[in-house]
Design a protein around this ligand. Structure first.
Ligand SMILES: *[C@@H]1O[C@H](CO)[C@@H](O)[C@H](O)[C@H]1NC(C)=O
Length: 533
């Protein structure tokens, strides 16, 4: 009798489990994604694949001129917004041309100033395009009603462009970021205390230990960033908010009010700094163990023998380096005993050596994980840097723009990379010497492998952590309890200036009263004394 009861109990439990499991997969969430183009999309796509395999359905907002975000994949559906202008090669190439021109000329204060102006202009236009896209969405009542009817669980966006932030507000949905950059700079700066004495501003090229002069520079960079946001970027978004949500809605509040910040760094890479409870670190979430290489590539890699292989890639944004520069690079590669795999589009350099293989595309992660790879020559994008850390491959960096120099600097500071500049890369064998320097000095590899061990030694993998927290926001309809409301305070309350002023005033009042009393006492006393005399 007892046994039968047990059996029946077990069957019942099994049934319950089955129901529970199917219920769980049936109740996958609905996620609306507003991504960025280029390399940012490359890592967002990896997250979307993971969300899809967890049983969530994903819709992706893109423009009708999308550069990287394509239609017709099983792991997401697209919502296409028609726009007159979009961010793509036509936008990036002229900027790159100008950067090459400016950086390779005489270096001076004017070089710096004209580069800054060029970047201001680019930033202004990027956000103008984004705002136009947002407005075209908000004006399309049909689209907005359809989005509302879909009843999404949350919006996941990359807040370097602000369209997703405003869309989440329009649809009244919880907001999660896949973030390193926000519209106004580095992500932490918007929500966590960020003393400029040890937190280097992006673009300053400074580390977390700064001399007086460097701290001065850091402050200047802070003002540059503030000015860029205050004059060029925030007003554009605020104008959209004014038009569609009313002027009491401040874009800055929407930006800072996100429920969760999935931050694409970890502290193996980033300098230590204050953070917030709703910041979850998922740096390197896109990294995975290497798969075997395609046969021809494996053959090429094996043919390198004991010398090993160097790989070079300048990332998704750069189609072409100037021809004289590629020639110089090819000449340098030809002098090395190593084999080289070079991701290069455009004309084939004349001085290309037999040891160098040009490719349109390469399985970067699988190559980096291959034991024969000795060195990674790269531009310093976040994705590539994280992959290099994950696989422990030392780096020679040739930064072009945005955050690339700063990313490489973090590796250099830890003795895992050397940095080249566009101005000197093709002069006096600099390229060759730098590469040989990293290859022949074992400390670079050892330091990088130490970073790799530190990065991998975590209780939960970054991607799993990110997925957990996205589902957490779905389950609890936001994560407001993790968010400080400090951003709603005016600056004088934030820094307690009002309290200090009050205290100082009160103290002054007491002091004056006491002084007056003493003076009164003194005068009555001296009067009394005079009377007695
Ligand atoms: C995208 O939509 C805009 C506005 O409707 C239109 O002018 C443009 O030709 C479209 N572009 C493409 C590539 O479909």
């Amino acid at each position: 009798m007892l046994k039968m009861f047990h059996n029946r109990n077990a069957t019942f439990l099994l049934l319950l489990c089955t129901i529970f499991l199917t219920w769980r997969t049936c109740h996958g969430g609905k996620i609306l994604i507003v991504p960025l183009e280029g390399s940012h999309w490359v890592n967002m796509d990896i997250m979307i694949k993971a969300l899809h395999s967890e049983g969530h359905s994903v819709d992706v907002v893109r423009t009708n001129q999308s550069w990287y975000i394509k239609d017709g994949f099983p792991h997401y559906k697209t919502i296409t917004v028609p726009v007159a202008e979009a961010f793509n090669h036509d936008f990036v190439n002229p900027i790159l041309k100008k950067i090459f021109h400016i950086e390779r000329g005489e270096s001076s204060f004017w070089t710096f100033a004209s580069l800054q102006l060029e970047m201001f202009d680019a930033m202004y236009n990027i956000h103008r395009i984004t705002c136009n896209m947002a407005m075209s969405m908000f004006k399309d009542e049909d689209l907005m009603n359809r989005l509302k009817a879909r009843d999404y669980d949350l919006v996941l966006t990359d807040p370097a462009w602000g369209a997703g932030i405003m869309l989440a507000h329009a649809l009244k949905l919880p907001l999660v970021y896949n973030v390193r950059w926000i519209t106004s700079g580095e992500g932490h700066m918007a929500i966590a205390p960020s003393p400029l004495s040890y937190i280097p501003m992006t673009g300053s090229g400074l580390s977390d230990t700064m001399s007086f002069k460097q701290r001065f520079q850091n402050l200047l960079f802070y003002f540059i960033w503030q000015a860029q946001d205050g004059f060029l970027i925030n007003p554009q978004y605020q104008a959209v908010c004014d038009e569609f949500f009313g002027s009491e809605v401040r874009f800055r509040d929407l930006l800072q009010g996100a429920d969760l910040w999935l931050m694409r760094v970890d502290f193996v890479f980033e300098f230590p700094r204050p953070t917030m409870p709703n910041v979850i670190y998922m740096g390197g979430f896109q990294c995975k163990p290497a798969k075997p290489l395609p046969e021809d590539l494996e053959e090429f890699v094996q043919s390198s023998g004991e010398h090993g292989v160097i790989i070079m890639s300048m990332g998704t944004f750069v189609n072409e380096l100037p021809a004289d520069m590629t020639n110089e690079i090819a000449t340098a590669f030809a002098k090395l005993p190593q084999k080289v795999i070079w991701r290069h589009k455009g004309e084939k350099p004349k001085s290309l050596g037999d040891n160098t293989l040009l490719v349109d595309w390469m399985p970067q992660n699988d190559l980096l994980g291959h034991p024969k790879i000795k060195l990674f020559v790269m531009h310093g994008g976040t994705n590539g840097v994280q992959e290099a850390i994950y696989h422990g491959v030392p780096v020679v960096g040739l930064p072009l723009f945005f955050d690339q120099y700063d990313n490489l600097l973090r590796l250099k500071e830890r003795g895992a990379a050397k940095i080249l500049t566009l101005a000197t890369v093709d002069k006096d064998d600099t390229f060759l010497k730098t590469i040989q320097g990293v290859l022949n000095e074992p400390s670079y590899r050892m330091n990088m492998q130490r970073l790799s061990r530190l990065h991998r030694d975590t209780p939960i993998k970054p991607l799993d952590s990110a997925l957990f927290w996205i589902e957490f926001v779905m389950r609890h309809k936001g994560a407001a309890h993790l968010r400080t409301e400090s951003y709603k305070l005016p600056w004088y309350s934030y820094y307690s200036v009002d309290v200090f002023v009050f205290l100082a005033g009160a103290l002054l009042l007491i002091l004056i009263t006491v002084l007056m009393l003493i003076r009164c006492l003194c005068t009555t006393r001296s009067k009394n004394k005079m009377k007695r005399d």
